[in-house]
Write a protein that binds this ligand. Structure first.
Ligand code: CU
Length: 129
């Protein structure tokens, strides 16, 4: 009984660590990750995935920032046929510092992504069939 009482908190810590591990995809080698800092994209801004694959948006560089990503250019929303449902509305996808979100792109096409808060933030996601 005494051993079990010690083991339970340990298991809880291990589970938390495992969950945290999924957010450590920022930076470098991952070609399907878009990284953001306080007011800009910081890595690849032109990436290619296959239809049905997820793009990871990691707002973690330097602690991240507040962003509102939409389809469009120069901070202006433009509806994009075939874009993920998350990007279907002008309200877009909100990021708070430290957020990492995976968004599946189900349809082939070329999608421009911009930030309504920082119009200079622009990325292009190409989805191949
Ligand atoms: Cu932004």
């Amino acid at each position: 009984m005494r051993k079990l009482a010690l083991a339970l908190p340990l298991i809880a810590v291990l589970l938390l660590a495992a969950c945290g591990g999924t957010t450590t995809t920022s930076g470098g080698g991952n070609s399907s990750t878009i990284t953001m800092a306080g007011s800009s994209f910081t890595g690849n801004t032109s990436i290619t995935v296959k239809a049905g694959q997820a793009v990871t948006f990691a707002d973690t560089d330097g602690g991240g920032g507040t962003h509102n990503l939409v389809t469009g250019t120069n901070g202006q929303f433009a509806a994009a046929t075939g874009a993920p449902t998350e990007f279907a509305a002008s309200s877009g996808v909100n990021f708070s510092p430290g957020d990492t979100k995976q968004i599946v792109f189900p349809n082939a096409g070329t999608y421009n992504i911009t930030c309504t808060i920082h119009p200079s933030m622009q990325a292009t996601i190409t989805v191949t069939p």
